[in-house]
Design a protein around this ligand. Structure first.
Ligand SMILES: Nc1ncnc2c1ncn2[C@@H]1O[C@H](COP(=O)(O)OP(=O)(O)OP(=O)(O)O)[C@@H](O)[C@H]1O
Ligand SMILES: [Mg+2]
Length: 365
């Protein structure tokens, strides 16, 4: 079993003002592909290095399988790590770099050869096995580092932004290869990235981090569809989720929402007199002719993305981004009418910016 359990991990660096990681608890299941996602400086590398045993947390415990490894050295943890910035050995060929961990374990030569070639094939390094790292590009060196970690087939594989130096096409192919390999090897993977597309495509689950803490942990669809906070809704998705301030008045028991001059349906369970409506770009349907009860706006910018258009629209003093088919007749300064299905709107508190749900609203009463 190589599940991972972190409880209450806190790490403050000697001269760091705030903790780099603050009271983080999470469980990664055996064989799970788990992604740590968040902006630069939020503590992803620190947390990964704590799992590896390269940083010692000030508080908390780390369990791997049935062992408490909180005080153990890295090499007692049966894991491999691909570092941010891809450390490879300059005095070894690509072949020997990839086979390094296996040689250290004195595996038979034939076994080493088979595993090196398998890993090299996966990373498209077959033709470079005799080269030294000084004769490789940055992206190639990074692939050597990934191949070296994969070749040892550790029970836990930790990867810190391993694709950051690959070109877009290679990232795409490698992403799906890695996902397939992870399932085949049944290795538990913790994968760090600040790229939300990569996180959504690779992760069985994603932990979204901000300022040393986990804000939300869930499947890709959960964090995308039901962001727990405004930060998560804005960080995940291209473009970010739209957030519109809605004022609420009461007509008997009914809530009546207004976005500027425009009426917007607000569920009756929402209390208070303002709320933030969170709407994904693809959930806004646009029309260039007037639609009754639709939200009127004016086109500011049209950005062709290939299969779709990303349209920036001014709605009163607010800015809304929406996606349309690429043949949508949007032009600068044009009037638009937008509609959204009621069940696609998420509601957020204007105070703490957390998602409001009916369950939470009723349990608070
Ligand atoms: N050795 C160190 N000494 C002091 N502070 C550090 C050290 N390493 C990291 N930090 C600080 O701890 C915080 C978290 O850093 P960390 O490297 O874990 O972030 P990250 O999420 O991996 O960021 P990135 O996406 O840029 O790699 C940052 O504020 C960083 O400046
Ligand atoms: Mg980092």
């Amino acid at each position: 079993m190589s599940d991972i359990e972190l409880s209450g991990i806190t790490k403050t660096y000697p001269r760091g003002a705030a903790p780099a990681v603050r009271d983080v608890s999470l469980t990664v299941a055996d064989g799970e592909f788990f992604v740590l996602l968040g902006p630069s400086g939020c503590g992803k590398t620190t947390l990964l290095r704590a799992i590896a045993g390269l940083e010692h947390p000030d508080a908390g415990t780390i369990r791997l399988g049935d062992r408490d490894v909180t005080g153990s050295a890295p090499r007692q943890r049966d894991l491999a790590m691909v570092f941010q910035g891809y450390a490879v050995f300059p005095h070894l060929t690509v072949y020997d770099n990839i086979g390094f961990g296996l040689s250290m374990r004195h595996e038979p030569k034939a076994e080493i050869d088979a595993r090196v070639r398998e890993a090299a094939g996966l990373l498209q390094l077959d033709d470079l096995l005799e080269r030294y790292p000084s004769a490789l590009s940055g992206g190639q060196r990074q692939r050597v580092a990934v191949a070296r970690a994969i070749a040892v087939r550790p029970s836990v594989l930790l990867m810190d932004e391993p694709l950051s130096n690959l070109d877009a096409l290679l990232r795409l192919t490698f992403r799906s290869d890695l996902k397939q390999l992870a399932k085949e090897l049944n290795t538990t993977i913790v994968y760090v990235t600040h790229d939300q597309v990569e996180a959504l495509s690779l992760g069985d689950r994603i932990a979204v981090m901000r300022a040393g803490e986990i804000v939300q942990c869930g499947t890709p669809m959960e964090v995308y569809d039901r962001p727990a906070t405004r930060f998560v809704g804005a960080f995940i998705g291209t473009p970010p989720m739209n957030f519109l301030p809605v004022t609420i008045s009461r007509d008997g028991g009914r809530a009546v929402g207004r976005l500027g001059e425009h009426a917007i349906r607000v569920p009756d369970w929402i209390s208070g007199d303002t709320v933030l409506a969170g709407i994904r770009a693809e959930n806004l349907a646009a029309s260039t002719t007037e639609v009754p009860d639709a939200m009127p706006g004016r086109v500011r910018v049209v950005e062709p993305l290939g299969s779709q258009l990303l349209v920036t629209v001014a709605v009163g003093s607010e800015i809304v981004k929406l996606l349309t088919p690429n043949d949508f007749p949007a032009a600068d300064d044009q009037r638009l009418w937008m509609t959204v299905a009621d069940d696609k709107v998420r509601w957020f508190s204007p105070d703490d910016e957390r998602e409001l749900t009916e369950e939470r609203a009723t349990s608070a009463v």
